[in-house]
Design a protein around this ligand. Sequence first.
Ligand SMILES: *Cc1c(COP(=O)(O)O)cnc(C)c1O
Length: 518
Amino acid sequence: MRPADQATGEDGNASEMTFTPKTSTGNRALMLEEKLIFEAGGGERTGVDLPAPDTSAPNHLDGLERTQSFGLPGLTEPETVRHYTRLSRQNYAIDLGLFPLGSCTMKHNPRLNEKVARLPGFADLHPLAPIPAIQGALAVIHELADWLKTLTGMPGIAMSPKAGAHGELCGLLAIRHKLEADGDVREVVLVPESAHGTNPATAAFCGYKVEGIPAADDGKIDVEAVIERLGPHVAGVMITNPNTCGLFERDFKKIADAVHDAGGYVYCDGANFNAIVGRVRPGDLGVDAMHINLHKTFSTPHGGGGPGSGPTVFSHSLAPFAPLPTVEKRDEKFVLIEEESAAQSAPESFGRMTAFHGQMGMFTRALAYILSHGADGLRQVSGDAVLSANYILRSLEDVLDAPFGPHGPCMHEALFSDEGFGGDLATLDLAKGLIDEGYHPMTVYFPLVVHGAMLVEPTETESKESLDEFITAFRSVAQRAKAGDETLRNAPYHAPRKRVDETGAARNPRLRWEAPEA
Ligand SMILES: *Cc1c(COP(=O)(O)O)cnc(C)c1O
């Protein structure tokens, strides 16, 4: 029996399939159940020995002693270590298996990067250390900045933004300041309907009114629709290239020229740079500002919510408005241009976005990654990423609807939809079924322009064997979805948690310990 047949039960008998003997502990073999830390804690226990309080001291504050528990969990040191280690084992990570999350570029983080970032000369730096003492760190920032400017073909850069969304803000602030400096105040930013949510959010945060640009039938921007909307009120456009449907916007230059002719600026969301690095220079396409997610394209980790790093590159016209600080090389020494020196060196800078110089650990990792690949290696990265994604697209398009498949190859991510699933099974059911097969699900229900979207990004770091295993698993679940296999509705069967109320958890998070009823 193949594993897939076992999962459904050959005769489709759900009760046979769901039979798992119950254990008294709730543990499943060596996968251990875990309570919330507040449920596990025991009263006044602590992991450290504290001396008894000196109640005889003359200034003892009578009457202010604690009279009831304030609800710290109270675990011993081994209990604490075990709690977090058990939780970490329930997590899925890029170091455990293929992580097909589209739009996120979850690729391998070479250990070399980690080793370099942990060198004491980098890891132990203090952000307020005097400039002569941090020449090496400034050299890293300067050299990484040079690489990013070269790879994008853009003359200006801000290294301090701390994530992609922060880079978007940086880019739009530069556009806003440039327009204001020219006495040309504008109100509208155009954003395609397929854009990542951070794009319209950033434009709105910058005080712009957001107008949507519809997608054409082939998943790309409707060029005529953009041109029609241009005018003296449009500050600029924010376009992702390759776009969030995993397609290269071939008419980008045409759009950029039209935007410039109308006096606006072109922001490019560079989160998908992994697909074109070493092959396309956004500067050649007429981009004025673009962020680069070091934690996507340049292989620095982005688990657990951070840190990210979003250096932002600028065209000639926006470069003078880049935020402080910047690193410059003068007479073989590196200097940091900050507020004191800005009046002379960077008079048009719009100011500062963060307290210090940026994410130093991410800079060292990204530069280690870039130098270990070299220019030819980076070019191979994008080629292999695109090849992997097309291998997946063409291996699955006979069992899954691939809305843009017929229009040609994709870039670094393959887009499918739940069109044609049996019963009323949907994308979520396939995603949950993949968990049973041992895979983190792909990105689901994004981009919004495709109903029931599934965005699969394998990255260049997977071998053909690992892609084949993934395709086999994905195929089997897709076939079950197409056949209307009702058992998928309750997947995952083998995970410690099943279908959690994600919306409820996000809207009504319970983050505070509540005292048990007395
Ligand atoms: C990831 C991503 C962003 C946001 O980047 P963060 O680093 O998460 O802030 C913006 N746009 C696209 C297309 C992305 O994939």
